[in-house]
Design a binder for this molecule. Sequence first.
Ligand code: PLP
Length: 395
Amino acid sequence: MENNTINKGNQYIMSSYARFPIVFDKGEGVYLYDTNGKKYIDFVAGIAVNCLGYANAEFIQGVTDQLHKLNHVSNLYWIEPAVEVAEKLAQYSGLDQVFFCNSGAESIEAALKLSRIYSQKNKGEDCYEIISMNQSFHGRTMGALSLTGQEKYHENLKPLLTGVKRVQINDFESLQSQVSEKTSAIIIEPIQGEGGINPVDKTYLQKVRELCDDKDIVLIFDEVQTGIGRTGELFAYQQLGVVPDIVTCAKGLGNGIPIGAIIAKKKFSKEFTPGTHASTFGGNGIACSAAKVVLDQLMEKGLLQGVKESGEYLRSKLEKLKEKFELIEDVRGMGLIQGIQLKTPVINIVLACMEKGLLLVSSGANVIRFVPPLIITKEQIDEGISILETVMEEI
Ligand code: PLP
């Protein structure tokens, strides 16, 4: 069917996304409605972003109140919401200081710069190498892309940043073999989100932590996708018993209002002195008012506890599907970031579910990723999973 919005979109917006032919109009809770009035249950949440779902009353109130007061003044001055959010992030993370930016990729750039500045000032000019992981995803800016361990994203973009080495996750020997006096930082996603929902072993991470301590290497956890409550703790590392030197976050922090941040130990954060790094919009009033509501809901109003329970429930439902369908090879994840790996590409299942009113997103060709709003209830999980089950029976 002809759709004017889609036609105009194709004419005026660059084609860097393969969009599904749906035009969304509004949302409520975990449901989205398209312009034809069709209702969808959303297991995508704007790709692990909308933790409070849609039209959340506290969120609307918090952001609207701030809009009435002030939106943006730049980082030439102080504003209360930014300081309040920074204090909360530092306290809840067990780290010390925050730098605000606007997206996941920008948080990676900030972590990259902070670690290089630290290493070059303290260990020498030659200490600039970063080790990242195969199958990782860190974003699309040139620095973040250079760390990303998936060749398909590098096509036609070389040369990338020099001094990046890549190793396989959970293979400590291979990591050790790449470490030298030139190693500035190691960057790891505790669960690889775009790369197929691949969790990293706790014991591996503990060994990496020891290695970094031993050689004064900066350990960065990229929690852009796993952070802000998605795994059942504010950060995934809080379940793994390993504290990074720098953690990056974005997605869930603003519930859809763009905001990113790094949180670092003082030993490293103190290297960001005036002039070393900046972002015009970073930490503006609107973004920080959104983050304030998100952190309040998660940490003070019991949402985090809810994620633990609903995450376990979702996991048990997916395990049951695996018992029923031979097509499912594996179930993996933590809290409300779960994935099922199929023996075949998942696109037809994603499309058939969409047709029946369930939104899903893949993670690579063979994995379906489940990252619903964190407010999802057990009944709503049942509702979505029963659509998936019907589709899998039909297929
Ligand atoms: N890091 C991780 C782990 C991500 O999943 C993503 C985005 O999916 C990014 C970084 C980049 O974030 P953004 O798209 O906000 O730049």
